[in-house]
Design a protein around this ligand. Structure first.
Ligand code: AMP
Length: 111
């Protein structure tokens, strides 16, 4: 079981900023920006490489949640959403997630 599933199950604590039937959003334990939120589906999908047409609704939902959380946390100057997929992207938790980063100017391209 991944650490994110344990957070969904409330087996380990997290600083949760949003929750609904399909998704959960919480503060990243190792923030890379003043605001760094991880948004996950409650359905276990390992990575973007595993998604199918059946996941369209939940994937779209994660971006709508990102917008709502960005507004709630007053990221009025902009923000970035990131989905790391696989080893080259540095994915470490095999439960698909959207990073929401903001609160400072972010460099581009990413490292
Ligand atoms: P990724 O490298 O894209 O797989 O992102 C995984 C993210 O999950 C990293 O930014 C970690 O800091 C974060 N993370 C890992 N464990 C926890 C946890 N227990 N609570 C909050 N964030 C976590």
């Amino acid at each position: 079981m991944t650490i994110f599933k344990r957070i969904i199950n409330r087996e380990i604590p997290a600083d949760i900023v949003y929750e609904d039937d399909l998704s959960l959003a919480f503060r990243d334990i190792n923030p890379q920006a003043p605001t760094h939120i991880v948004i996950i589906p409650k359905r276990e999908i390992p990575s973007l490489a595993d998604v199918t047409a059946a996941d369209e609704q939940v994937l779209g939902h994660l971006l709508v949640v990102a917008r709502q959380v960005a507004e709630k946390l007053s990221l009025t100057n902009g923000y970035r959403t990131v989905i790391n997929c696989g080893p080259d992207a540095g994915q470490t938790v095999h439960h698909i997630h959207v990073h929401l980063l903001g609160g400072r100017a972010l460099g581009w391209p990413p490292g």
